[in-house]
Ligand binder design. Structure first.
Ligand code: 5AD
Ligand code: SF4
Length: 439
């Protein structure tokens, strides 16, 4: 085994919660005096922060480990390999046995990584798959420097048990971080450079403290000077409280964007998925959201080819998409996850049927995304500059509706710039800097 690693590289897969965890892991290792490398191949310690939600995630982890080892052997080095994230939580013991990795750590235990790495450096196996709830947050170092957009995890876990989903098993029960901690952390993020905060949670709108809901928290964060924008993701329809909907009407900093997964437009399928909302109740929620914030951009998640889904049931999903007009959305072929109820259901769909349905669904979503973007041409809005583009003088930022906007300007990263949206390109908007640069 290698001696104590001096350099590290974190590779995150999957959802924004994992991106957040990956950032916190990097900060943690940096606080130990280690240096991040740009390439995994150059690091003494490689952390694979894995995702278990779809596809053959475990197979992918094995092949990644194999590839990393081969590359390392070529260079005559043997990096330490740590498996973190949801695959570690779901299959850590097997991975440790089969793949011969050095460290296995679950999503609620990664604050112990330094100790686990130290154990591995002494030749042992560092393994921790405990689920101690929120313990890691208190143990992680404070964030001193962040970019213009920062994540803040307010809630973890899920109690919904949709029949296709592993999250309740890998991330544990729903649990909300306390109000004062969150307000303090949000202020610290703004002091560290954030202009936009995205509140994160597997079921972010299930955040509660006593009778306060996510809407109340957002109204509190609204008062933080220097914070310009608030977003949140991902939400469940059943947790869309009136308080949160009202926040969309009253809190100017809350951006007009809502990611509200629906998965299917057919009631029988929704029931089999244990979604506990119907097509109609979902559409009625969107009506209320639109009444509060007429220009809101809507996003969703869809699964095609759930066991026994008929062509007529799939057609209901297409008609729901037509009815909503999403600004963007994510869509997936159903993937049986070991240990979930749907994996054992009769009527698993053939791959060709799933491929065909996914193609048709995505054609609808692409059509609506193009229509949404086209409809914003001619609007003036503020764009938060996030990074430089490839061309000289080009900057890339986000519109309030989460579109990527490309523009040419002298503005600094982190500036909010008044922009005219002048053209919809296939994957972004073209913007021109208007007469007045806003603060
Ligand atoms: N198969 C396909 N898609 C899934 N998702 C979750 N579990 C599965 C699965 N087993 C999708 C859902 C969810 C998103 C994060 O991933 O659409 O909203
Ligand atoms: Fe998975 Fe359903 Fe929970 Fe979302 S709400 S994380 S899909 S179980």
């Amino acid at each position: 085994m290698t001696a104590s690693p001096k350099t590290f590289h974190v590779k995150s897969f999957g959802c924004q919660m994992n991106v957040y965890d990956g950032e916190r892991i990097s900060e943690l290792m940096a606080a130990q005096g280690m240096t991040a490398t740009g390439e995994a191949g150059d690091a003494d310690l490689i952390v694979l922060n894995t995702c278990h939600i779809r596809e053959r995630a475990t197979e992918k982890v094995y092949s990644d480990i194999g590839r990393l080892r081969k590359h390392a052997r070529k260079q005559g080095r043997g990096p330490m390999i740590a498996i973190a994230g949801c695959v570690a939580q779901a299959q850590g013991d097997e991975i440790a046995r089969r793949a011969g990795v050095d460290v296995v750590v679950g999503p609620q235990a990664y604050h112990h990584l330094p100790a686990l790495v130290a154990r591995a450096a002494r030749g042992g196996l560092g393994i921790d798959m405990d689920m101690p709830g929120l313990a890691k947050f208190a143990a992680l170092p404070a964030r001193r420097k962040v970019g213009p957009t920062a994540f803040l995890t307010v809630q973890e876990g899920c109690d919904k048990f949709c029949t296709y989903c592993v999250v309740p098993y890998t991330r544990g029960a729903e649990i909300s971080r306390p109000w004062t901690t969150l307000v303090d952390e949000a202020k610290a993020l703004v002091d560290a450079g954030a202009r936009e905060i995205t509140l994160l949670g597997q079921n972010v709108n299930a955040w509660r403290q006593g009778d306060r809901d996510l809407g109340a928290l957002i109204r509190e964060l609204d008062h933080i000077p220097g914070l310009a924008r608030i977003r949140y993701t991902t939400s469940h329809p059943n947790d869309m409280t009136q308080g949160l909907i009202d926040a969309h009407a009253h809190v100017e900093k809350l951006m007009p964007f809502l990611h509200l997964p629906v998965q299917s437009g057919n009631d029988r399928v929704l029931k089999a998925m244990n979604r506990s909302h119907s097509r109609d109740s979902y559409l009625r929620i969107l009506d209320r959201v639109r009444a509060a914030r007429p220009d809101i951009a809507l996003s969703g998640d869809f699964i095609v080819g759930f066991p026994q889904e008929t062509e007529a049931e799939f057609a209901d999903t297409l008609s729901l998409i037509d009815a909503v007009g999403y600004a963007q959305a994510y869509s997936f072929k159903y993937s049986p996850r070991p240990g979930t109820p749907a994996a054992d259901m009769a009527g698993q769909m053939p791959a060709e049927v799933m491929d065909d349905r996914l193609q048709r669904l995505q054609a609808s979503l692409n059509r609506d995304q193009a229509a949404f973007n086209a409809a914003t041409v001619g609007r003036t809005c503020r764009v938060l500059i996030e990074r430089k583009g490839k061309l000289p003088g080009q900057l890339i930022g986000k519109s309030p509706w989460l579109q990527s906007v490309h523009l040419t300007s002298e503005a600094k990263i982190g500036a909010l710039v008044q922009v005219d949206l002048i053209r919809a390109d296939p994957n972004s908007m073209a913007g021109a800097v208007g007469m007045s640069a806003a603060a």
